[in-house]
Design a protein around this ligand. Structure first.
Ligand code: NAP
Length: 239
């Protein structure tokens, strides 16, 4: 039976790569977006999927999004909580409003979408939830303290939810990317990027498809005995 995957923040970057890869592997792909409407619609056309707008930080919008998908497609087999933003700066110089927005999207966005999807998965005794964290959530980054904390929360959430929903047939895992070339890193100069790449044992930055392949694996039955885990996709930068 054809599986349905909802990928949040799939209009660009890692989410868009995941949408293409899942579609190439026979999934029905639901592309969530917020601002990049044209990119989302183009991707829906390319993948034969469905684009749906919702701000993941708003529980009313995530509830409406999930209800619309269930009505249209009958089920969601896989939820990929990928939508995220980064905030950089020395800890006490980051404006509180920016901190709130970061946690609203990276943490509450993940909680909201999961909360909206979970009853449907529990009813079917089947589901795969894959959260996109970050290596900084595992190890911490100077000048990305809030971002690191938000991703550490995603990792903690993954572990706890895996324990709670395992008996209901649901796998919950994390992918934890390192330096991946997307718009998110456009804040770095070429010299700064070279400096980071020097610290990566595999000697290169990652592509969005490096992460997407791991997400696809965690959605597949090949990983059916894996839950509560955080899988690094970082070229060995943190081990
Ligand atoms: P990106 O290229 O900046 O794309 C971010 C995506 O998130 C966009 O599709 C954007 O949608 C969506 N988004 C942002 N706020 C949203 C909201 N409130 N509601 C719904 N969608 C929203 O970022 P990326 O690099 O692909 O990052 C994807 C995930 O990987 C993030 O969770 C990020 O923290 C994580 N990550 C990235 C890296 C990296 O090096 N790139 C490393 C570690 C972890 P619109 O454009 O439609 O608004």
């Amino acid at each position: 039976m054809i599986k349905t995957v909802l990928i949040t923040g799939a209009s660009r970057g890692i989410g868009a790569a995941a949408a293409k890869l899942f579609a190439a592997n026979g999934y029905t792909v639901i592309i969530n977006y917020l601002n990049s409407v044209e990119k989302a619609l183009e991707l829906a056309e390319e993948t034969g999927g469905y684009a749906i707008k919702a701000d993941v930080s708003d529980i009313v919008q995530t509830e409406n999004m999930i209800n619309e998908i269930i009505e249209k497609f009958g089920k969601i087999d896989v939820l990929v909580n990928n939508a995220g933003i980064s905030v950089t700066g020395v800890f006490d110089m980051v404006p509180p409003g920016d901190v709130k927005k970061l946690f609203d999207i990276n943490v509450f966005g993940t909680l909201n979408c999961t909360r909206s999807v979970l009853p449907h998965m529990i009813r079917r005794k089947y589901g795969k939830i894959i959260n996109v964290a970050s290596m900084w959530g595992e190890t911490g980054a100077s000048c990305e303290v809030h971002y690191s904390a938000s991703k550490a929360a995603v990792i903690g959430f993954t572990k706890a939810l895996a324990k709670e929903t395992g008996p209901s047939g649901i796998n919950v895992n994390c992918v934890s990317p390192g330096l991946i070339m997307t718009d998110m890193n456009s804040c770095y100069s070429a010299d700064e990027l070279d400096g980071i790449i020097e610290e990566i044992p595999l000697g290169r930055s990652g592509s969005p498809f490096d992460v997407a392949e791991t997400i696809l694996f965690l959605a597949s039955e090949k990983s059916s005995f894996i839950t509560g885990q955080t899988i690094g996709v970082n070229g060995g930068m943190i081990v």
